[in-house]
Design a protein around this ligand. Sequence first.
Ligand code: GLA
Length: 356
Amino acid sequence: MVTTDSFFGGPPEVHASAPGRVNLLGEHTDYNDGFMLPVATPQRTTVALARSNDDHFYFYSSTLDANVTFAPNGSAPAGFGSYIEGCIRLVEAEGVQVPPLRVWVSTDVPVGSGLSSSAALEVAMLRGLRQLLGFELDDVKLARLAQRAEIEYARVNCGIMDQMASSLADESNMLFIDARTLEHRLAPLPEGTEIIVIDSGVARKLAGSKYNERRAECGKPRASSVKALRDVQDPEAVEALPEPQRRRARHVVRENLRVLEAAEGVSAERFGELMNASHYSLRDDYEVSIPELDVLCELLRAQEGVLGARLTGAGFGGACVALCRAGHAQQAAAAALAAYNRDGRQGRILIPVPTE
Ligand code: GLA
């Protein structure tokens, strides 16, 4: 086992951390300049940093037990090191001199469940660099750099939601985000509620290719007054589009309206209805659900105290989120999981964080 002491030969110079995110409402809206309402996960990614004592970069992931080493003019191979290197290179591109570093990473954000472990790593790393080197970087700019690290270095064509959430959200409030302006504000969860997140156990296999396909389908809507689907406020206005653009646009336009309504502050019951409607729209119009996620949401909805459930994240696998009355989460999650796993499935509860 590599500890921070053995990796650094003493204590590191700085520690920093960042959470993953669970999106409660507003899916596939960010790259359409729209709105969303994520919360931060209790699970976090931690980085420890120190200047290297030679001219090489050394990264170690204690979660993967994997090392990455490269010379100043080299680069990290694809994998966890590419996210870290991306953050370093982008900070350099901002005019900050970054010395060769040793970077130690550890995370309890589940990887591959749709809770944005990659955004947590990018945001933690940028926070670590900011702290170690003392340059100015506000939290929105930090989120933008984190997104660029993901697009340019990890080669994932994501929107801005995950990095904004990891950089600015907290666990007990939702973060309302306007993806066009990056205006944001914290909004309380509906009174007397808490959330459940269950991983379906199905890896997000098609997530990359289908995600890009959906982005292309949303494309640039024809009319020149419409810059992005965010600018369409009347759901009827998309009905004349050819398929599948019509159904894709229907989802985005209605999903934005759901987020705007929820962000105004609605009852817990109404919030739950909006989550259910979001799931049906992702399933039927956006077509990013899979049978396992549909079953898991149904099982969650059937539990006492549960007000609504939907897939969270890009879809094609990953996790479902449910809103339930405070005090019901443990019981409802355990019952839904037991029913879901009865057929040999490998679901697991992510929130409330299981106590071992
Ligand atoms: C992924 C992307 C986000 C967002 C969601 C879907 O998590 O990284 O930018 O597009 O899918 O809402």
